[in-house]
Design a protein around this ligand. Structure first.
Ligand SMILES: *Cc1c(COP(=O)(O)O)cnc(C)c1O
Length: 483
């Protein structure tokens, strides 16, 4: 570790004249002659000059500083950091998928269209919806597309409904999306038991309600038992229900948003359907809709006629395109391979195992950490650092100490309504041994809090950099080499 710490920057290794490439001399005319002189660079870019071996060590060193689900346990709640089977990578790199172009005639890409169309049908079945569009490329993008559809639907009915009801436990993207969509947010408080407060909901709905946005299970990892009644309250007021499907890993094959009464749902293929994520993309956030919203779906819509797939642009009520072409195709191929490999029974078993793993963690940790909702949870559970408070330990300290033990911390300080929250989502892909290892480390940290709290407050000690000023790192990032 200390060796890695002292590693020189690639710029510091640079020696004039060294080169990592050994290319044969060019046997085609220099393109420079074709480029007008005023566009040509006179000074060379200040790139480091290093040997191929130094270059290799540089990138290998950087990769070792990274942490991913392939390097260790990654229980980042709400993010579903499950293992991404490597066969999916092979599938999306098949030349027939990887080397086609979105502007090709549809007759020449029937296989790709069949895959997109098949994926729409699988997701419609999993969600209990009537149609799906694969265009949105993130969960938040699916939310935006879904709210635009809801808006278009109400407008088509001659109604100007502008309010979106969002519980205070919602993921930040929900209110953000509603705002970007030009709608106004009505926040409703959760009941102390974590559920939607039905009285608060009844008071909030009206003839200006466009939609309620909800995830079930909620961000507290709890299943909303009153969902049928919630749906009735919103529908009776003329509003629609939007399902944030980021927590779908808890429910696959067990229940469906469409059956609960939702009208629109997004999926995060990069969470539930096991495609790599982190660092901002690429992702995929397809949305499913009920019959009444189909006319408004983004174009083009893939239709099957006489055994041939075709792209239908002629949709007068469509909200238009929300992304270039058809979404993040490579991500969709990975998720398709995953669904095909798992099958309906496999998907159901994953959800059951995800729920089992979260309940196991909760049951094993609640003696040492405060569990604000000490009852059956779904695919993730919440504990807090309340019991460590008297030793001067906060949740951030525990997260940093976990790094010393080689674990990625759980999500912290979310959901916002739980003080000092740690949200643990183990996912179904982790073994009991891995969970036991994590639980043991968490117990050890609880003990350290009592014996020597500075071990925790000074953490991390074993990482490449120590504790950062997180606000400064986010607000004033230094991302450039200043030679
Ligand atoms: C991840 C997440 C989102 C947003 O999804 P992105 O793909 O990151 O845009 C929305 N809601 C919840 C509950 C989430 O966990």
């Amino acid at each position: 570790m200390s060796l890695r710490k002292s590693k020189a920057l690639i710029f510091e290794l640079s020696k004039p004249g060294r080169c990592a490439l050994d290319l044969p001399s060019s046997d085609v005319p220099e393109a420079a002659e074709l480029i007008p002189a005023q566009f040509l660079r006179t000074e060379l870019a200040a790139l480091p000059e290093v040997s191929q071996l130094d270059l290799m060590r540089h990138y290998t060193g950087l990769s070792e500083r990274n942490f991913g689900v392939d390097s260790g346990f990654y229980p980042l709640g709400s993010c579903t950091m499950k293992y991404n089977p490597k066969i999916n990578e092979d599938a999306c790199r098949l030349p027939g998928f990887a080397l086609i172009h979105p502007l090709q005639d549809s007759e020449t890409v029937q296989g790709a269209l069949a895959l997109l169309h098949g994926m729409e049908q699988y997701l419609a079945e999993i969600a209990g919806m009537d149609a799906v569009t694969m265009q949105p490329v993130a969960g938040a993008h699916g939310e935006l597309t879904g709210l635009k559809l809801i808006r278009a639907y109400h407008r088509h009915q001659g109604q100007n409904r502008t309010k979106v009801i969002v519980p205070d436990s919602a993921h930040g993207t929900n209110p953000a999306t509603a705002t970007v969509c030009g709608l106004n947010i009505v926040e409703i408080k959760s009941h102390p038991d974590g559920a939607v407060d039905l009285e608060a909901l009844k008071a909030a709905v009206g003839d200006d309600t466009a939609a309620l946005m909800l995830t079930n299970p909620s961000t507290l990892g709890l299943f909303e038992k009153n969902i049928k009644e919630i749906a009735k309250i919103v529908h009776d007021a003329g509003g629609l229900l939007y399902y944030d499907g980021a927590n779908a890993n808890a429910i696959m094959g067990l229940t469906r948003p469409g059956d609960m009464g939702f009208d629109v749902v997004h999926f995060n293929l990069h969470k539930t359907f096991s495609t790599p994520h982190g660092g901002g993309g690429p992702g995929s956030g397809p949305i499913g809709v009920k019959q009444a919203l189909i006319p408004f779906l983004p174009t083009p819509v893939i239709v099957k006629e006489n055994g041939e797939f075709r792209l239908d642009e002629n949709r007068p009520l469509s909200i238009g395109k929300v992304h270039s072409f058809y979404g993040n195709f490579g991500v969709i191929v990975r998720a398709y391979a995953y669904i095909r490999a798992m099958g309906p029974d496999g998907l159901k078993t994953s959800s059951e195992d995800a729920v089992l793993n979260a309940n196991y963690c909760l049951s094993q940790l609640k003696a040492d950490f405060y569990a604000p909702f000490d009852r059956f949870c779904m695919h993730e559970c919440i504990i807090t650092s309340k019991k460590q408070k008297d030793y001067g330990i906060r949740t951030l300290d525990i997260a940093k100490r976990l790094l010393d033990y080689g674990y990625h911390p759980p999500t912290i300080y979310f959901p916002l309504i739980v003080e000092e929250a740690m949200m643990i989502e183990p996912t179904e892909t982790e073994s009991k041994e891995t969970l036991d290892g994590f639980i043991e480390v968490m117990r050890r940290i609880a003990q350290e809090a009592k014996d020597d709290a500075t071990l925790i407050t000074a953490a991390p000690r074993t990482t490449v950099v120590g504790r950062l000023d997180e606000a400064a790192a986010a607000r004033k990032p230094v991302v450039k080499w200043k030679g």
